[in-house]
Write a protein of this length. Structure first.
Length: 228
C-alpha cells in the first residue's frame, strides 16, 4: 500500500539527507519530542520507578537522558488521519490520550541511538493489531513540518516470551527520489506486552545492538516487579 500523510509545513521541501535525522527525533517511543499541552494529563495507573529501566551499564556509551512517560504523552499532536498510519510512521505504540505511567531513556550508542520505555497502561496495548496496521502502512510518504520523507516499514517475527505478545519491526526513512545506493535512516523496534505492562526497545541508525536480546532482558528486569 502506498499512501500519503500530510501536515501543514512551514518549511520548503527537503534539501539534504540531514532531514532524516530531524525526522528520527519525532519517531520516539512516546512522542516525547512534541510540545506539551497546558492541560494536565488524565489520571493513569500507579507510577513506575526509574529503577525498572535497564541498569545504565547494560547499554553501551552512557550517559543517557531519561524522561517520564506520562509527561511525554501530554502532547497536542492530532495528526491521526483515521487509518492509524500516522501512529505507524511516527512509531507511536502509546498515543496522547492513552493514560500511562512509566519511565524511558534515550542514549547514544555506537552508530546511532537507543531508547527504552517501561510503561504501565490503563488498557492493554494490542501489539497484534498494531502489527496489522504496520503491514497496511508499509510504505507511506510523510509530509511533516521538517519536510517530506518516505517511510518503509517491515514487520518481523518478535522474540518468544512466555505469556506475552511481542512485536518487531524495522522502519527506513528515505528522501523522495533518493538513490537506491543510499540506505536512508534505519529504526528498529522490539516491543513486549502483557496485560497493562509494556516494554519497548528502539534503536536508530547503524547500531549493531542485538535488540531482541536487550528487549527480553528489559522485560525480565521490569515485568516481575510489575506483577507480570
Amino acid at each position: 500500500m502506498t499512501a500519503r500523510i500530510r501536515r501543514p509545513s512551514r518549511f520548503p521541501p527537503v534539501r539534504a539527507a540531514a532531514l532524516l535525522v530531524t525526522a528520527a527525533a519525532a519517531v520516539t517511543i512516546s512522542g516525547a519530542a512534541e510540545k506539551p499541552e497546558t492541560t494536565p494529563p488524565v489520571s493513569g495507573p500507579p507510577a513506575v520507578s526509574p529503577a525498572l529501566l535497564l541498569p545504565p551499564g547494560t547499554v553501551p556509551d552512557t550517559p543517557r537522558d531519561t524522561f517520564d512517560v506520562a509527561a511525554a504523552l501530554s502532547t497536542s499532536d492530532r495528526s491521526d488521519d483515521g487509518t492509524g498510519c500516522a501512529d505507524v510512521t511516527h512509531g507511536r505504540l502509546l498515543r496522547p490520550g492513552d493514560a500511562a505511567a512509566g519511565q524511558g531513556f534515550q542514549s547514544a550508542a555506537s552508530g546511532g541511538q537507543v531508547s527504552e520505555l517501561v510503561a504501565r497502561t490503563v488498557r492493554p496495548v494490542d501489539l497484534a493489531a498494531w502489527a496489522q496496521r504496520a503491514r497496511r502502512c508499509g510504505r507511506i510518504t510523510v509530509d511533516d513540518p521538517q519536510g517530506t520523507a518516505v517511510s518503509t516499514v517491515t514487520v518481523r517475527p518478535g522474540p518468544a516470551v512466555p505469556g506475552a505478545e511481542t512485536l518487531s519491526y524495522e522502519q527506513v526513512l528515505t528522501l523522495p527520489g533518493q538513490p537506491a545506493e543510499l540506505p536512508g535512516l534505519r529504526l528498529r523496534t522490539v516491543a513486549i506486552a502483557a496485560d497493562d505492562v509494556l516494554v519497548v526497545l528502539r534503536d536508530a541508525g547503524a547500531t549493531d545492538l542485538d535488540l531482541d536480546t536487550l528487549a527480553v532482558a528489559a522485560w525480565q528486569h521490569a515485568a516481575p516487579r510489575l506483577g507480570r
